[in-house]
Ligand binder design. Sequence first.
Ligand SMILES: [Zn+2]
Length: 64
Amino acid sequence: MATPDKPVDVVRVSCEVCLKEVPIAEAKIAEAADYFAYFCGLECYEKWKTQGGKADQPGPRPGS
Ligand SMILES: [Zn+2]
């Protein structure tokens, strides 16, 4: 069967905000409109939420 000394294959995901790779078990996961967004921590998650939850949206307006 499987060899016990073989390292476990850890699935890694890229943080949606800073693009840092983190093990999926440690990532924060947010469910967006049609995909899942992963974050290295709450800080990036909050940042992403503040930005409106989508990286590729045109944005409301260029702003003042
Ligand atoms: Zn991050």
